[in-house]
Design a protein around this ligand. Sequence first.
Ligand SMILES: C[S@@+](CC[C@H](N)C(=O)[O-])C[C@H]1O[C@@H](n2cnc3c(N)ncnc32)[C@H](O)[C@@H]1O
Length: 432
Amino acid sequence: MITNITQLQSAKRTKVERESLHAWHPYYAGYSENFVRSAINYLRLSKYDLVLDPWSGSGITNYICESYIISSIGLDINPIISYFGQAKSGLVLYLLNRNRVKLQEQILTISNNLKQDFSYDISLDNFVSSSLANNLIVIAKAIVLCNFPKTTINNSIIKILENTSIEHPLKAFFLCALFQTARKLSGYKSGSNPTWFKKIEHKQSFSLEEVQNVFIATSEQMYNTLQSSKILSKEYLLHINYTADAKQMSFKDNSFDAIITSPPYLTRIDYAMTTQLEILLLKDSGYLRELRVKTMGAPVIRNSQPSIKKSWGKICNDILNQIENHYSKGSKTYYWKNIVQYFDDAWQILNEIYRVLKKGKSALIVVQSSYYKDIEIPLDCIYIEMENNIGFFETKIPFTEIIKSHMAHVNILSSSYKQNKIYYESCIELIK
Ligand SMILES: C[S@@+](CC[C@H](N)C(=O)[O-])C[C@H]1O[C@@H](n2cnc3c(N)ncnc32)[C@H](O)[C@@H]1O
């Protein structure tokens, strides 16, 4: 059943969001292209507007905004996910049309000169042979050293990003080609739960030349996909996706004409772990640990526990109270703490959303309900209460629908507490 009160479209992903450039990285928590298109129409956005997505994930908001020539900025705390968002831009296509072969040759030459044994994080041994790990790292270092052509960024984005250093979009593109190369050669297979990497038993060795060949072929495939996508080649950058914590945005007050976004839900998806292979190639397991701790909704407990605030609203406070006193094992010692952390992050980021949005403008936020054992958590109503307390002029729920596929279903234990759970996905609108 769909209760479609306005012309906003369902956020539910379809085949479209698993194909073309969306298939570059298996991303499980995205919303639909159609939803973003309908949001742009619903908010009557034009090319003079600047859009923010503070939990940008696969960058679909920015990708669709770009197809309407609307400038946008996407933040994600995970650098790997931000690279995939940034690689899907018209400027990348424009620069590849002119410099692709030269740049590929440059990366190959630098990597041949760099050829040596680098130290790497031992956890990489779970996924790739030592020769593959080393050769992937050699190419990653070559991409970082590559001399990419100068870029032009759209004026409205430049103004907003005054003091932020942004990485070159072609660096993002070639790193994404390398990440895909790593998955192809490692023999990686995804399971039903996106955060579980099956340990690879028979790890194959590869020479630098073999890895380079797959890397070049992959960058060519990605280039072809960009050409056949909705992205038009453009001489300037219309959207930026970069790595940042939305709890502390570096933008001035009243910077954005609209916010279109979707936070992590209370489904305990470990976003950082879905990118562990890529993180280990660029960083190390210490970075991965820290990223998990900082990521909203991750199933980890931080060193300092935030205190519950009355301003989170009555529904949130009541539910937290029920969870703390729930009879099931670990409710008070683990789950309650984890869920308090989630709401503390949500509260901080919603405050930031309020601060950076222009007066009279709207934020559209897609959320899903979930359950803790038998306790329903209506995330839309909780966010609305929080936002009323933050001071939004008006809050409403212009779209809601029942959903059948929900990430909680990958956890078979979740159904043992209550049968016939109904899950909702809603889009809430906040007007400042
Ligand atoms: C539901 S997903 C967003 C999906 C996105 N709308 C799409 O269609 O691809 C939530 C994203 O929030 C990111 N995230 C979690 N904590 C964050 C934080 N503190 N700051 C910025 N991003 C964060 C996660 O890495 C994840 O990619």
